[in-house]
Write a protein of this length. Sequence first.
Length: 108
Amino acid sequence: MVDQVAKNDKSSAITNILEAVNEAGDSGFKAKFFDKTLAILKDSDNKMWLEIQIKLGKLYLQAAEYDKLNDLISELKKTCTSGDDSKGDFSQYNSYLMEVYCLEMQLC
């Protein structure tokens, strides 16, 4: 069903919902909500998956969950630096990689 929605509409709706959830006080609920959203997006929209992973990283940083953040940073680095460049779109991950490095610097 998610695949039947236009990408811009899907992105906007998910971002709005995640921002509303992020304002909630319960960090455990927020993390579970992000995890469920990521599981749905993993195979259907890699860019949005990356954006939400980065938002989750910021949530981990705010909650001082440094072990989880460190694991997430490792996964994001791997995702952003590996892959098939034959389609000419590998360079699109450079901006995401910069955001990952920013998270890593904030972790230090």
